[in-house]
Design a binder for this molecule. Structure first.
Ligand SMILES: [Ca+2]
Length: 163
């Protein structure tokens, strides 16, 4: 959200003609912001392992959900009584594990791109990710929207997205 509002405020200075250079440098950021604007999220009311959920989303929509801002997370509509944790499209490459998810080289990958984050956005719960000796390789989202890494073989409801 901060990321997108920064870009929006830069657009406001455009009439004075002073922001062309900034906008060129932020071109990639704008693309990401617009993609995020067009995203639609779908809650799937079936319990599956992370890998099966990924296959389901790839067949019916684009992929397991990518979230690049709190605004993205707020777009996902979940059933009122759902306090369960759900699968989202983030997973870990155990060969290059490091604790942080940033826009630098690290082990966290979005399913949709098979690459690490473009924006560096994350919403980890306190103390997460904790890797658990290499067994926590898939990411689930709590009802409040924060993330924890866990076993991929758990069967959970999940979120897909398109756009
Ligand atoms: Ca964990």
């Amino acid at each position: 959200l901060v990321f997108c509002s920064t870009i929006t405020s830069l657009f406001k200075c455009f009439p004075q003609g002073k922001c062309h250079l900034f906008l060129q440098k932020l071109g990639f950021g704008i693309t990401s912001c617009l993609e995020s604007f067009h995203r639609k999220y779908h809650y799937v009311n079936q319990k599956m392992t992370w890998t099966d959920a990924q296959s389901y989303c790839r067949e019916k929509y684009n992929d397991l959900a990518t979230f690049e801002s709190m605004e993205d997370i707020e777009k996902l509509s979940r059933p009122n009584m759902d306090n369960d944790m759900i699968w989202m499209g983030l997973y870990d490459d155990p060969n290059s594990w490091i604790v942080n998810l940033g826009n630098d080289t690290n082990s966290w990958r979005w399913s949709a791109t098979e690459t690490t984050s473009r924006t560096g956005y994350d919403n980890w719960s306190a103390g997460q990710p904790n890797y658990d000796q290499g067994k926590d390789l898939c990411v689930r989202m709590l009802s409040g929207g924060s993330w924890t890494d866990t076993f991929c073989t758990e069967e959970r409801y999940f979120a897909c997205y398109e756009g």
